[in-house]
Design a protein around this ligand. Structure first.
Ligand code: CUA
Length: 311
């Protein structure tokens, strides 16, 4: 029915569209039946010459129960299906291809883990899970790929993510879906889905108008070293305890905080620990780390995170 929907190009697409169709058909059914019966009755039972008052109708418990229970079951079924798909969308596979995305007024920049950078175009292989780790340099943006049926707000100061597995090769538009200023409507990019072989060639082709540069891991390592911000003074990378916790194998692990709460060390945890170290103190360590707010570029933070992931 909904032929105006964009092409289905990810594993999510059919599921999202199916639920959307179900809701639309239920809505159409309700509108037709309710409006139809209403109009029919309005005509059939209109007040005629000589009509008195109508009979007094008392409540009907069976009828009321049915019209409460049936819609509740339908709504809960819609919720359950939506929740199941949503949960899959939030749980990305560990082997997903990671691409950093930075939104700014008014462009999308992308960086691959090997350091390759692109603007306004991002290339991914077909059939493989891709995870976009996104932040913004200025205001709220929203990364929207209609053909993949994914959209996520991009918020300055934090990392948001989305992931999908492309099922079709081709070019698909990327939009900004959050009003972000005068050129908002022009904040476009293209997602190009290619074969795995073509993707490998693309990823390793660093010559086309692009200077060789440090990969995020190399940049992170440099920032971490005494030549950069000298994180090495307090944090080891081999498991030994100096003033702060060692960062070896920390990424993705569970961390216990001073107040007894536990969390998983993810991108946002590291970002906060660098910018606002006192927010979450690891159990057994003194709260002595200074804040690096304003001293690191987005690239350096992303680099540090990539480096810590690699340890
Ligand atoms: Cu960026 Cu709208």
């Amino acid at each position: 029915m909904l032929d105006f929907m964009p092409i289905q190009a990810s594993e999510w697409a059919a599921k999202v569209d199916w639920l959307n169709n179900v809701i639309t058909w239920i809505s159409v059914f309700c509108i037709v039946v309710i409006t139809g019966v209403m109009v029919f009755f309005a005509v059939k039972y209109r007040r005629r010459e000589g009509d008195g008052d109508g009979p007094y109708i008392v409540d009907d418990h069976l009828l009321e129960t049915v019209w409460t229970v049936v819609p509740t079951i339908i709504c809960m079924a819609i919720f359950a299906y939506g929740y199941i798909v949503y949960k899959d969308m939030r749980n990305y596979p560990a082997n997903a291809l990671e691409i950093n995305v930075t939104g700014s007024k008014w462009r999308w920049d992308f960086q691959y883990t090997n350091g390759k950078k692109t603007t306004s175009e991002v290339v991914v292989p077909v059939g493989r899970a891709v995870r976009f780790i996104m932040t913004s340099k200025d205001v709220l943006h929203s990364f929207f790929v209609p053909s993949m049926r994914v959209k996520e707000d991009v918020v300055p100061g934090t990392y948001q993510y989305l992931w999908f597995s492309p099922t079709k090769t081709g070019e698909f538009p990327i939009f900004c879906a959050e009003y972000c200023g005068l050129q908002h409507s022009g904040m476009l990019a293209t997602l190009r889905v290619v074969s795995p072989e073509e993707f490998e060639d693309y990823l390793n082709d660093r010559t086309e108008g692009e200077k060789p540069q440090l990969s995020p891991i190399e940049l992170g390592k440099l920032t971490f070293s005494p030549k950069g911000k000298a994180c090495t003074q307090c944090h080891s990378i081999d498991g030994t305890k100096i003033l702060g916790p060692s960062l070896k194998g920390l990424f993705g692990r569970e961390v216990e905080l001073q107040d007894g709460t536990k969390l998983t060390a993810d991108e946002n945890y590291f970002r906060e620990s660098v910018m606002n170290p006192k927010a979450k103190i690891v159990a057994g360590y003194p709260p002595v780390m200074p804040s690096f707010e304003g001293q690191l570029s987005e690239e350096e933070i992303a680099g540090l995170i990539a480096y810590i992931k690699s340890l």
